[in-house]
Design a protein around this ligand. Structure first.
Ligand code: COS
Length: 392
């Protein structure tokens, strides 16, 4: 794997150390955890979360005061970790990412009580987290959600449905976004424990690259007022601000997949003989490898630019994150497709690494804001700049 990006000015020496240490850990630990899963997806994910906690990697998902690695979430570290894990195992990346996304709203907007109750256990890999935003009739248009939080004497009563919920069925708690009143300012965020009465798994959803995914049903779940995250009515902003942190990391996971595909394609090209030479000697294969390498580096630049702006400038990165996610996931899809093409039959053989990557990448262009949503976000920002600046 080309590690020259670790010396880019966006990153600090600690990021390089993190990448090298995690890579060594992943090579030593992941094969046994993933292979010994014997196809039991839930058990493998639970083992992965525990292993990532024991390894100290989940500390990067929460702030230092609650068992974390740095004062605020360091997006560059999250990206380095996702990229490295994705290079080795899509499921390990998934297990890591959902601990971060599932607890991110608590880390950034939660009360001391909530932070103390959930974050140390997330960092240790003792509690599994989940983020519950999408609904059957509110996906890209997340503000159209209908789940309801009725006010009670002691807090709220939750009813409705959420779908496409990663870790659905194995999570210990869900950060749920639902309506306390009508309109865009009527969404609030709460933490619902998996043991809550009235919460059920309505459906387990199978997808092409399997990971635990479910549709949840809430049937009058009682929630204490202390379980609310942030201010009532600011739930939609909390959701978007959480996505602002994690969207860049989705790009980083795609980058890890793309790097692996490029590495697999390069190794194959150097050894596969045809027409009296190796595949790597054929100009047509060189052109493909060159395009793939270019896409990988351009994605990395957008990802670490976005992560750097968030960490160092501490501003909103809605536009930068949208660009990073859109570009890196779309390009990773084409890099992996080109790797499949270079490997020929081996590329589509069930069980081969690039065949796995081909299935793993697809959902990343959909979840946490589909490519089309990222285009809306980028265009809006551009038009706003033009409006503010007037004619050139
Ligand atoms: N931090 C703080 N506030 C933010 C924010 C951020 N990062 N991003 C947006 N906001 C605020 C906005 O400023 C706005 O506040 P005001 O109304 O006070 O101005 C509010 O949140 C709503 O933002 P916006 O007007 O952009 O909301 P829209 O309903 O127009 O958003 C899109 C439309 C499509 C961008 C949004 O619905 C979206 O991101 N959808 C995809 C959802 C998604 O990712 N689903 C997958 C779930 S995880 S698998």
């Amino acid at each position: 794997m080309d590690r020259s990006f670790l010396d880019w000015p966006f990153l600090e020496p600690r990021h390089k150390e993190l990448a090298l240490a995690l890579d060594a850990w992943a090579r030593a630990e992941l094969p046994s955890v993933v292979d010994q899963g014997h196809g039991d997806l839930d058990a493998t994910c639970q083992t992965l979360v525990r292993a990532l906690g024991k390894g100290g990697w989940l500390r990067h998902c929460v702030p230092a005061a609650f068992g974390g690695a740095s004062d605020a979430l360091d997006v560059r570290s999250l990206c380095i970790i996702r990229e490295t894990l994705a290079f080795h195992s899509g499921l390990a990346d998934f297990a890591f990412a959902m601990q971060g996304l599932g607890s991110g709203a608590i880390s950034t907007f939660g009360s001391e009580v909530l932070k103390r109750k959930y974050l140390p256990a997330v960092a240790a890999g003792e509690k599994i987290a989940a983020f519950a935003l999408s609904e059957p009739d509110a996906g890209s248009d997340a503000a159209a959600m209908a789940s309801n939080l009725e006010t009670t004497a002691s807090g709220y009563r939750l009813s409705g449905e959420k779908t496409w919920i990663s870790n659905g069925g194995i999570a210990d708690f869900y950060c749920v976004f639902a309506r306390t009143s009508e309109g865009p300012k009527g969404v609030s965020a709460v933490v619902l424990d998996a043991s809550a009465e009235g919460l059920s798994i309505a459906e387990r959803i199978d997808v092409i690259a399997p990971h635990p995914l479910a549709r949840l049903k809430f049937d009058n779940c009682e929630i204490a007022a202390t379980q609310r995250i942030g201010v009532e009515g600011e739930g939609f902003k909390i959701a978007l601000a959480t996505l602002d942190i994690f969207r860049t990391t989705v790009g980083a996971a795609a980058l890890g997949f793309a790097r692996r595909a490029l590495a697999e394609a390069g190794a194959h090209a150097l050894t596969r003989r045809m027409f009296g030479a190796t595949l790597s000697d054929q100009p047509i294969a060189q052109a493909l490898l060159a395009e793939m390498a270019l896409d990988v580096d351009a994605s990395a630049l957008l990802i670490y630019r976005s992560a750097w702006v968030k960490d160092v400038k501490r501003t909103r990165v809605t536009r930068e994150a949208a660009m990073a996610k859109l570009y890196a996931t779309d390009k990773a899809q084409s890099v992996i497709d080109q790797a499949v093409q270079l490997l020929g039959g081996l590329g589509v053989k069930k069980g081969s690494k690039v065949e796995e990557l081909y299935r793993e990448i697809r959902a990343l262009r959909i979840y946490e804001g589909a490519s089309e949503v990222q285009k809306i976000v980028i265009a809006r920002q551009h038009l706003e700049n033009v409006r503010n600046e007037g004619l050139p």
